[in-house]
Ligand binder design. Sequence first.
Ligand code: HPA
Length: 285
Amino acid sequence: MTLKTGVTLSKHVRMNLEQITESVRFLRGKGITAPQIGIVLGTGLGNLVKEIKVELDIPYEQIPNFPLSTVESHSGKLLYGFLGGKKVLAMQGRFHAYEGYAMEEIVFPIRVLKQLGIELLLISNAAGAMNLKFNKGELMLITDHINKFPFNPLLGKNENDLGSRFPDMHEAYSIDLGNKLDVIAKREGVVLNRGVYISAEGPMLETPAEYRMLRILGGDAVGMSTIPEVIAARHMGLKCCAVSVLTDECDPENLKPVKIEDIIAVAGKAEKQLTKLFLSLIEEI
Ligand code: HPA
């Protein structure tokens, strides 16, 4: 089923290896060679773009088979350049399940980045703080996740060239990279909480009863992204490091109305800190 906007609602979109290869061939042809690090510039990393010495800036619509971004606050571009002495490929604009994308569409760019050569993936997102020890405006290193999306990107026929049928998830988020980020945060005087990220489909925020349930299930923070990308990345053996910007406090007994503008404003304030952490991490690995 396709909406007027062109958003595909089918949850069973098949994206095959040939499509990945076609996108990779196109991007190599543009001059992308040997990127080391992939970055999903989610909430809180908008400023990191200014630090990238951009060599190539390719709108998603030019890349064969790439889905197109629909959320206005995310422009869709792939940036290739130098950051902290490393060659990086940064996704400015990501795809969410709530926009109607299938899991395979959401992770398609991650698969292309891996085939282009990245070895690790850095991700940021916005999340609601359910752990009452956390404050809005702070950051949370994601140490683990709970997938509550009704789907995941590995359902269906396995592409053995990408990864194994039953990929291991014992260390979805690199312990080593997380510890490095901890050290950097302490040095920089940045509060970096640690916790479990649990997903919600969105686009609505949760009811008090839903926050209570998600907390009981084991989530410290809840958000609408990241997990599909990390599942696909781990399937392919990429190391992952992800940080949430805690944009609102989700105390079910004391829930206040939240406006999306407030969430964006809080995220904007945390941006400087997260940019500093990721930049230092990239310099030091
Ligand atoms: N719930 C889900 N996603 C979110 C939230 C939230 O409270 N805040 C930011 N992203």
